[in-house]
Design a protein around this ligand. Structure first.
Ligand SMILES: [Zn+2]
Length: 333
């Protein structure tokens, strides 16, 4: 009898860890079936604090002031059809899960937050322990956030966000990516890494491969920063997600060209699109200037349709791909 109770207890504990199983994505309000993700903006921001890891913290902004500034932009996105917004602000640069939950409840837009550290901008946003701890120790921290929630809020991340500089990887950044790979194997969360050019993109893919992680667990963030479109195709061929995520009113034609390149090479199913727009900036009057999440709907989609793109292809980019990228699933080599 005792053994049976222990057996049950074991399964009860095990089930706590697998609330987010294959086929689901993790929002700030908890797991939902991936099929409910709907039309998604996969790289946007609600709040970003650029002051640096040593000075940032919740004392820098007041939720009561931030919500009225951000909410109209989320509502506007929702009216345009957005069901899910992936908030790409990492820890130590303005990540605030409770604020995101509040905004999600108020707008009814599903929001996804992240775990992981951002090494880009020459390490300005890294806490001290990112230097001293090993990849295993960092992975342990991030895995704990994924399993137990962030800072006691119970809010769990839906992806791993990292960031590296534009050149060859430093030892420190290679360690961050190793930690991300290890976290992926424990959690099944996809890795979105602020990258830009091809050199660090391929170096990161190499690290993942060495750690036994398939390239399809990697989102090459800001891939539009690489002018050689053959590099996009080369990374896609390995299985990586290529994220074109800096869409604004000035570069719509360039995005059409990049998308056409993907379509020609048969990789539309690995392409992601977003604005990298927003955000409330603490320290600036009324949060500074906020860029709306609208160019995709007002400019890019109409242009694609005008150029003969099928609705199905657009749905692939905005609905199917986000769901496949953010689905919680361990991708091994
Ligand atoms: Zn961003």
């Amino acid at each position: 009898m005792k053994a049976f109770i222990l057996f049950l207890l074991f399964f009860w504990i095990a089930s706590l860890g697998i609330q987010a199983q294959n086929g689901s994505i993790m929002t700030v309000k908890g797991p939902i079936p991936a099929s409910e993700m709907g039309l998604s903006l996969i790289h946007e921001h609600v709040l970003v604090d650029f002051i640096g890891a040593d000075k940032t913290g919740k004392h820098r902004w007041d939720e009561k002031e931030v919500v009225p500034v951000v909410l109209p932009f989320l509502n506007q996105a929702k009216e345009l059809g957005v069901k899910t917004l992936v908030e790409c602000t990492p820890a130590y640069i303005g990540r605030d899960p409770l604020l995101l939950k509040k905004l999600s409840e108020s707008s009814d837009v599903q929001i996804i937050t992240n775990t992981g550290y951002y090494g880009a901008s020459d390490d300005k946003f890294l806490p001290d322990h990112a230097y001293s701890e090993s990849a295993d120790q960092l992975a342990e921290r991030w895995t704990r956030e994924a399993k137990e929630g962030i800072d006691g809020t119970g809010i769990r991340p839906g992806f791993i966000k990292t960031g590296v500089n534009g050149g060859s990887l430093s030892e420190l950044h290679a360690k961050l990516i190793t930690a991300a790979a290890k976290t992926h194997l424990e959690t099944g969360l996809v890795i979105a890494s602020h990258t830009g050019p091809a050199v660090p993109a391929f170096e990161q893919l190499e690290i993942l491969e060495k750690e036994g992680v398939h390239a399809s667990a990697f989102i090459w963030v800001h891939a539009q920063g690489e002018p050689d479109l053959d590099m996009h195709v080369k990374a896609a061929r390995k299985g990586a997600w290529i994220s074109m995520d800096g869409l604004d009113n000035s570069n719509v034609e360039q995005y059409v060209q990049m998308l056409e390149n993907f379509r020609e090479h048969g990789f539309l199913h690995q392409t992601l699109l977003s604005h990298d727009a927003g955000w409330y900036s603490p320290g600036e009057e009324n949060g500074g200037e906020f860029r709306a999440y609208t160019t995709l709907f007002e400019k890019l989609i109409p242009l694609l349709i005008q150029q003969g793109w099928a609705e199905q292809e657009i749905e692939q980019l905005l609905v199917i791909n986000p769901q496949n990228a953010f689905e919680i699933k361990v991708r091994r080599n």
